[in-house]
Ligand binder design. Structure first.
Ligand code: 4AD
Length: 450
């Protein structure tokens, strides 16, 4: 029998090999380089050849290891997710990811990867097991792609507003006021006093407009949602903006511009990566369809979408439109909808009444096919007395809101804004079936780990 070749200790050649990230390697084709990363795939071909697909978060690099390299004492310790440094000469290879591959002439093992890796998460894992091991799952191609596109989308959202001279502020998340109704508040004890995790930064943003003008914030918002749905989280990333001296029409225009510009820029820059995740993606048609809440109720009645199917009870004006019928409507219509003018009775205390009909509000939800509501926004009630009446009507003691009320006492102005659920826009753009894969570590009823 042939004797197994003896294992050797590799010696690093003296030729310089500067380190580069994988996404820049095409610029260095034919040079000698070092690349740090994790073993994404590993394949040995006989006794003389092995392929490592290296991943560093910026891309993938095929590394070719020949005879002396695979006789290294560390070679038997290479496995998926081990961390390594690969050194060698780049050569053009059309079939390799990124168009180059590395002919390795020296390599080092940095950290081994334990053999139980495959049992943690694989193609047969149940959803809960995948979520328990999400810290491993995110290394995969699909999950890391979603996280990368999310990062770029947040950048584009910020860029859109900075280009329009908005300022970004950072709002507190521990608060003593509610914004979106008591039923989804997360209470906590704050040095012996009652407090909550914020539901929205809106009330704080409103206080900043006299200081900075147009403003936005990107903060977590918290909702103690008591149901498990595919579009609700207990903690989500909330992109909120507030603008002084605007009209309701200005607000709708800003929303349409924001969504269309950001989606267009994403599709221009990341066409291939987005298409892999969402082959059907297309620019939303403009202008968005406008539909009042009253129109939506009529639509549901005409399409026999029942509030109580057993008794064929229809939805009537004043009912909350739940997630399912709302989704059915926007999926049937098949394009983005501005749903406007919700009744005051089912909306938050801060909303401005319509001048032509005070039982309705200057409010809007943006509905997208496949996901439903992604944005909620409104003009704000900027009349001091009327606001106080709204606190009373909603049974909210106004004392804790003195700073919000002061806003109406010292130079009030018409103003409005919105909140975009970042994960929901991701679900739409990247066709994520469930909001849990649109964020890093999802928080929902029953899960706060990892
Ligand atoms: O419609 P909402 O409740 O509006 C507000 O919070 C306003 N104060 C925002 C503002 O005007 N500044 O929430 C806004 C958006 C929703 O359209 C949705 O996209 C997202 O926040 N959202 C959630 N996303 C994930 N999980 C949840 N539980 C969410 N609740 C709301």
């Amino acid at each position: 029998a042939a004797k197994a070749p003896e294992l050797v200790r590799l010696v690093e050649p003296a030729t310089p090999a500067p380190a580069f990230k994988i996404h820049t390697l095409q610029l260095h084709a034919t040079q000698r380089v070092s690349v740090f990363g994790w073993v994404h795939q590993f394949r040995q071909q006989g006794a003389k050849l092995a392929f490592v697909v290296l991943r560093d978060g910026t891309g993938f690099l095929q590394c070719v290891l020949g005879a002396p390299m695979i006789q290294s004492v560390d070679f038997p310790k290479i496995s998926r997710e081990a961390s390594v440094r690969m050194v060698g000469t780049l050569r053009l290879e059309a079939r390799a990811p990124g168009g180059v591959e590395l002919a390795v002439d020296y390599w080092e093992l940095i950290g081994t990867s334990a053999p139980d890796l495959e049992t943690k998460a694989n193609a047969d894992s149940l959803p809960d097991q995948l979520l328990n091991n999400r810290h491993i799952v995110i290394r995969g191609e699909t999950s890391s792609s979603v996280l990368r596109m999310r990062s770029r989308m947040l950048f584009e959202l910020r860029k859109f507003f900075f280009e329009r001279h908005f300022e970004e502020v950072t709002c507190p998340t521990i608060v003593q006021t509610q914004c979106e109704g008591g039923s989804t508040l997360f209470p906590l004890t704050y040095y012996g006093e009652p407090a909550y995790l914020t539901q929205s930064s809106q009330l704080y943003l409103e206080t900043v407009i006299p200081a900075l003008g147009d403003v936005f914030t990107v903060m977590p918002s918290y909702r103690a949602e008591k149901s498990l749905t595919r579009r609700h989280l207990a903690e989500y990333t909330h992109f909120e903006a507030e603008m002084p001296f605007i009209s309701f029409e200005n607000l709708l225009q800003t929303l349409e511009d924001m969504i269309c510009t950001v989606v267009e820029r994403m599709l221009t820059q990341y066409h291939d990566e987005i298409h892999l995740l969402n082959p059907e993606i297309a620019l939303p048609p403009r202008p968005f369809l406008r539909m009042t809440y009253a129109d939506a109720i009529r639509w549901l009645q005409e399409h026999e979408v029942w509030k109580e199917p057993e008794t064929k009870t229809p939805y009537t004006y004043g009912d909350d439109i739940p997630e399912k019928p709302e989704r059915f409507m926007v999926d049937t219509i098949g394009r983005p909808i501005f749903m406007t003018r919700f009744p005051l009775a089912i909306k938050a205390f801060y909303m401005k009444k319509c001048p032509d009909n005070p039982i309705e509000t200057e409010s809007v939800d943006v509905l997208m096919p496949g996901i439903g509501e992604i944005v909620g926004g409104s003009m704000r009630n900027h009349d001091l007395e009327d606001l106080i009446r709204q606190y009373q009507a909603n049974g909210i003691p106004p004392e804790k809101y003195y700073w919000y009320i002061d806003q109406r006492k010292y130079g009030t102005c018409p103003h409005g804004g919105f909140g975009l659920g970042v994960e929901r826009l991701i679900c739409w753009l990247l066709k994520q079936e469930h909001i849990r894969t649109a964020c890093l570590y999802p928080r929902y009823m029953g899960r706060a780990t990892p």
